[in-house]
Ligand binder design. Structure first.
Ligand code: PEP
Ligand code: MG
Length: 881
C-alpha cells in the first residue's frame, strides 16, 4: 500500500480532489504544487495510515520505509542531512483532516533539531539567535504536543525568562536566553513525564507522527466533532511533513495568513495579516498583534503593511491567490511564509467566511464568471451563513463605546460577562445570555465559545482563534481590545479604568468592533442589499413555498420582511398564552361549573382571537393563513399555585376548594397523550365553534376593509378519519353560520394536522374529509419513536456518543421511519384527492437536510419559525437544484 504522497513545486502524486485521503491541507499542498507554486517539498501521510494506526496501535507495514525513502529524497533535494550536525534538514510536521478543525490538531515545527545540530543551523544560516529561536520553538512544541506537558507550565518558563531579561517580546530575547529557555523547558518535561526530548531525528519524527495520529482522538478534537456533528466517520487525519522554511530568519522574513477576499465583508480584495521575523504559529495563535497585508488596512501607530515593506512578495502572493480562486472557483484562505525575501505557500483551503461575506462573494464570483448562478446559490450555507448570520443590530443611536477592538465577526450581542468557558457554559445552561470575555481563546474554549452569544478578547487579530471560531459559528465577536484587562483575582475585568464584575451586562458590536458598558436594546435583523439580491436569485430556483409559524402579529410582520409566503401554522393556544386576559378567559371555560360563566369566557376568547387573527390576516395581505384550533395540553392553562387558584376562584365566583376539585379532575398522567386537539372538541365542541366564529369574523372584517384573505382552519391531533369527518362537519357548520355571503370554497379551507401515526396510515380515508394535510413532524416523530419530544435530549446524546444514531430525529427528519410514513400518507392522500394541498409545520420544516427530503416528497410548502424563513428560502432552492 502507498501511504506516502510526495509533492514539490511542479509535481505531486496527489491532487486537490483527494481530501478524504490526504486531508484538506495535504490535498491543497498537492494542488498548489501541481500549479507550480512555490511549495516547500514534502510528503503527506494518508488518513488511511492514521486509521490503521488508531485501529492497531502501531504503524502499518511499509509506512516507516516509505517515510525514510521520502526523507532521503528531501535530503537530496535540499542538500541537507536529517540529523546532520553541520547542515541539518529541518521539517515541519502538521496534521490535516478531511475537514478543517481550526486549532484542534497539532503541529511541530523545526523538527530534526537537537542540541548537537543547533550550532550547525547557526552557521548554516549565519544567524545564531535564529537557530536558538528555532530550538526553543521546537522544544516547546515537542514537549507540549508530543509529550503532553501542560502548556501553562511551558508558558511559565517563558514568562519567567522574559521577566528576568526585562523584555516583553520574545523578539528581544538573545540567543543565550533562548538556549536557557529551551533547556528549562526540556527539564520541565523530564520532571513531568520522566522522559527526555529525543535527540535522534527519527525518534523525534515518529513521536510527532504518532502524536498527530493520536490527536484525532484527543478529547477536544472529539468535542469539536461532536459539536459540528462530524460523527460516524473514522476517517482520521493525514500528516504533512515538509521542509521547513523560516519566517523567523531576520527582518526580511515573515509569516502570515491571507484571504483572497475579505472574510468579514466579502469585498473582492486580498485581506490578511502577517508578522515580520516570526514562525506561523505566532500569527494564528493570536499572541501578538500582527500587521495588515494591504496598505489600505494600515492603522495609525500600527505595524506597516506587507504591501509597503515587501511589495514584490505581496504582489506575488496576490497573484497566487487569484490563480487559486480561478482554480478552485472559490474564495481561498492561505498560509504563507517569506524566508529572506523568498515567498513560500504553505497551505490553501476554502475560506471560512461570515454570512455577509458568503453572500457577497457568491454574487460577485457569479458576476465575474467564476461560477454560474446555481453554483452561487449552493455556495451559501443556509444554516451557517443565513440562519445564524442574519444578525441582530443595536437599536437606535448607540452611546459612546467604552472601548474598541477588531470587528471580528458581525452582529451585536448583549449578555452577562463570563470570564471562563466553564462559567459561560454553566450560565448559558441556566438560560442566561453570556458574553465570553477572555485574554484570548484556545481550542480549550470551544464549548464556551458555542455557549456564548458574543465573544470579547483582549488580544489577537482577525485570524486569532476567537475570531476564526466565532465567524465559523456566526457568533458576534470583538477581539484585540487593548484596554481590556482581565483580573481573575478580583473576579472581573477592567476596560481602561472602569471595572466590570463577572455577571455584569455589556454589549458588543462585532460589525464595528465597539464595546459598550451596558445592556443595549437590539433590533431584529432585516434583509437588505446584497442579501436581498441573493435571495431573489435563489427564489428563481425554488419550487417549495416557504411559509411561517407565527403566534402573533409581530412575528408575522417580521416574517413578511424575511419573505414568508403565508402562515403555515398559527398555534391558537400560544396566542392565548401570550395574553393574561385570554388565559383568564380560557380558565373560565375549562374550570367554570355553570354555563353562563363558561359562555362569558368563550365570548372573551372569541373577541381576543378575532382581533389577533384579523391583525395577522391584514399583515399577510392575501397570502394564505393557516389557523390551528386549540391543541392545549389542558394543564398548561390551569393555575399551578395557591395564589393562582385563589384569583381564579374570585373571577369564577366559586370557592377555592371547587377550583381545586376542577383542577384535580383535569389533571392528567400523560398530558402529551391526553386531552389535546380534536379530543377537546369531542367533549367541548363549543370551544372549536367559538374559535371558528372568531376566525370567520376576523376574515370578514378584514375583507370589508378591502384586503383579500385566504384562511385555512386545521384540526390538530386527529387519529381517525371518522373523528376527522365529524369535527370537520362541526367546523363547516360553524363556518356556514358565521359566513354571511362569503364564498366558502374560495376563502376557507378546512384540513387536518397529520401528526398521529394512525392518521398518517389511514391518509387515504382522511383525504376524503380534509381539504389539506399539514404534517406535524414534532408529534409524528414523538409518537413514532415513542420518545417524549420534551425529554428526548437527555438520552439522545448516549445514542450519538455510541454511534448508534448519527442524527437526532427531533432535529433532522428521520427519513427512514417518519419520512417513510409521510411518503405513504401523501401518496394515498393524493391518490384519493389529487389536488390535496400538503405542507410541513414541525420544527423540521426549517432544517436544510429535511427540506431536501420534503422537496423530493413533492410537498407544497414548508412552514418554519420566523428566524428561519430566509435560510429556508435558500435551502429550498438548493434542494431543487
Ligand atoms: C407538530 O407536532 O409538529 C406541530 C407543528 O404541532 P405542535 O408542535 O404545536 O405540537
Ligand atoms: Mg403537534
Amino acid at each position: 500500500d502507498i501511504f506516502v504522497y510526495r509533492f514539490e513545486e511542479g509535481h505531486a502524486r496527489g491532487d486537490g480532489s483527494q481530501k478524504e485521503l490526504l486531508g484538506g491541507k495535504g490535498a491543497g499542498l498537492a494542488e498548489m504544487a501541481r500549479l507550480g507554486m512555490p511549495v516547500p517539498p514534502g510528503m503527506t501521510l494518508t488518513t488511511e495510515a492514521c486509521r490503521s494506526y488508531l485501529e492497531h496501535g502501531f504503524f502499518p507495514e511499509g509506512l516507516e520505509m516509505q517515510v525514510r525513502q521520502g526523507i532521503a529524497w528531501l535530503e537530496k533535494r535540499t542538500g541537507r542531512g536529517f540529523g546532520d550536525v553541520d547542515n541539518p534538514l529541518l521539517l515541519s510536521v502538521r496534521s490535516g483532516g478531511a475537514r478543517s478543525m481550526p486549532g484542534m490538531m497539532d503541529t511541530v515545527l523545526n523538527l530534526g533539531l537537537s542540541e548537537d545540530s543547533v550550532e550547525g543551523l547557526a552557521r548554516q544560516s549565519g544567524d545564531r539567535r535564529f537557530a536558538y529561536d528555532c530550538q526553543r520553538r521546537f522544544v516547546q512544541m515537542y514537549t507540549s504536543v508530543v509529550m503532553g506537558v501542560d502548556d501553562a507550565l511551558l508558558e511559565e518558563v517563558l514568562v519567567r525568562h522574559r521577566r528576568r531579561a526585562g523584555v516583553d517580546d520574545d523578539h528581544d530575547l538573545g540567543w543565550e536566553e533562548l538556549f536557557a529557555i529551551s533547556e528549562a523547558m526540556r527539564q520541565k518535561a523530564v520532571e513531568v513525564t520522566g522522559r527526555d526530548v529525543p535527540r535522534g531525528p527519527f525518534g523525534q519524527l515518529w513521536g510527532a507522527v504518532e502524536a498527530v495520529f493520536r490527536s484525532w482522538e484527543a478529547p477536544r478534537a472529539r468535542a469539536y466533532r461532536k459539536l459540528h456533528r462530524m460523527n460516524g466517520g473514522g476517517w482520521g487525519t493525514a500528516v504533512n511533513i515538509m521542509v521547513m522554511v523560516f519566517g523567523n530568519l531576520g527582518d526580511e522574513s515573515a509569516s502570515g495568513v491571507a484571504f483572497s477576499r475579505n472574510p468579514a465583508t466579502g469585498e473582492a480584495r486580498p485581506y490578511g495579516e502577517y508578522m515580520i521575523a516570526t514562525q506561523g504559529e505566532d500569527v494564528v495563535g493570536g499572541r501578538r498583534s500582527p500587521g495588515p497585508l494591504g496598505m489600505e488596512e494600515e492603522q495609525h501607530g500600527g505595524m506597516a503593511a506587507m504591501e509597503r515593506l515587501m511589495p514584490e512578495q505581496y504582489a506575488e502572493l496576490c497573484g497566487y491567490m487569484q490563480e487559486l480562486e480561478r482554480n478552485y472557483h472559490d474564495m481561498q484562505d492561505v498560509e504563507f511564509c517569506v524566508e529572506r525575501g523568498k515567498l513560500w505557500m504553505l497551505q490553501t483551503r476554502a475560506a471560512k467566511r461570515t454570512g455577509q461575506a458568503a453572500v457577497r462573494a457568491a454574487l460577485e464570483m457569479c458576476e465575474e464568471g467564476l461560477i454560474d448562478e446555481e453554483e452561487a446559490i449552493l455556495r451559501v450555507d443556509p444554516k451557517l451563513h443565513l440562519e445564524r448570520a442574519l444578525h441582530r443590530q443595536i437599536a437606535g443611536t448607540p452611546p459612546e463605546p467604552i472601548a474598541r477592538g477588531q470587528a471580528a465577526s458581525p452582529g451585536a450581542a448583549t449578555g452577562e460577562i463570563a470570564l471562563s468557558s466553564e462559567r459561560a457554559v454553566e450560565r448559558a445552561e441556566k438560560g442566561k445570555s453570556v458574553i465570553l470575555v477572555r485574554p484570548m481563546t484556545s481550542a480549550d474554549d470551544v464549548e464556551g465559545l458555542h455557549a456564548a452569544v458574543g465573544v470579547l478578547t483582549a488580544q489577537g487579530g482577525l485570524t486569532s482563534h476567537a475570531a476564526v471560531v466565532a465567524r465559523g459559528i456566526g457568533t458576534p465577536c470583538v477581539c484585540g481590545v487593548g484596554e481590556l484587562r482581565i483580573d481573575e483575582d478580583k473576579g472581573g475585568c477592567y476596560v481602561g479604568d472602569a471595572f466590570f464584575e463577572e455577571g455584569e451586562r455589556i454589549t458588543i458590536d462585532g460589525g464595528s468592533g465597539k464595546v459598550f458598558g451596558e445592556a443595549l436594546e437590539l433590533n431584529d435583523p432585516t434583509i437588505t442589499g446584497e442579501l436581498k439580491t441573493f435571495l431573489k436569485l435563489a427564489d428563481r430556483y425554488r419550487r417549495l413555498e416557504v411559509r411561517v409559524n407565527v403566534d402573533s402579529n409581530e412575528e408575522a410582520e417580521m416574517a413578511r420582511k424575511m419573505g414568508a409566503e403565508g402562515v403555515g401554522l398559527c398555534r391558537t393556544e400560544h396566542m392565548i398564552l401570550e395574553s393574561s386576559e385570554a388565559v383568564r378567559a380560557m380558565r373560565q371555560v375549562l374550570l367554570s361549573t355553570d354555563w353562563e360563566t363558561r359562555e362569558q369566557g368563550l365570548n372573551a376568547l372569541v373577541d381576543y382571537q378575532r382581533q389577533e387573527v384579523a391583525q395577522i390576516l391584514r399583515t399577510m395581505d392575501g397570502l394564505p393563513v393557516m389557523v390551528r384550533l386549540l391543541d392545549p395540553p389542558a394543564h398548561e392553562f390551569l393555575p399551578g399555585t395557591a395564589a393562582g387558584r385563589k384569583s381564579v376562584a374570585k373571577v369564577l365566583g366559586i370557592s377555592e376548594e371547587a377550583v381545586g376539585w376542577r383542577v384535580d379532575a383535569l389533571r392528567e398522567t400523560n398530558p402529551m397523550l391526553g386531552f389535546r386537539g380534536g379530543r377537546l372538541a369531542m367533549v367541548y365542541p363549543q370551544i372549536y365553534e367559538a374559535q371558528v366564529q372568531a376566525i370567520v369574523e376576523a376574515s370578514r372584517q378584514v375583507q370589508d376593509e378591502g384586503v383579500r384573505t385566504r384562511v385555512e382552519i386545521a384540526i390538530p391531533m386527529v387519529a381517525d378519519p371518522g373523528e376527522a369527518g365529524h369535527l370537520i362537519a362541526v367546523i363547516n357548520d360553524a363556518v356556514a353560520r358565521h359566513l354571511y355571503g362569503l364564498s366558502r370554497e374560495a376563502d376557507v379551507a378546512v384540513g387536518v394536522m397529520v401528526e398521529v401515526p394512525r392518521a398518517a396510515l389511514l391518509a387515504g380515508e382522511l383525504a376524503l374529509e380534509a381539504d389539506f394535510f399539514s404534517f406535524g413532524t414534532n408529534d409524528l416523530t414523538q409518537l413514532m419513536w415513542g420518545m417524549s419530544r420534551d425529554d428526548a435530549s437527555r438520552f439522545m446524546e448516549a445514542y450519538r456518543d455510541q454511534g448508534v444514531l448519527s442524527e437526532d430525529p427531533f432535529e433532522i427528519l428521520d427519513r427512514a421511519g417518519v419520512g417513510l410514513l409521510m411518503r405513504q400518507a401523501l401518496k394515498q392522500g393524493r391518490m384519493v384527492y389529487p389536488q390535496l394541498a400538503a405542507g410541513v409545520c414541525g420544527e423540521h420544516a426549517g432544517e436544510p437536510h429535511s427540506i431536501r427530503f420534503f422537496e423530493a416528497l413533492n410537498l407544497d410548502y414548508v412552514s418554519v419559525s420566523p428566524y428561519r424563513v430566509a435560510s429556508s428560502r435558500l435551502a429550498a432552492a438548493q434542494a431543487f437544484i
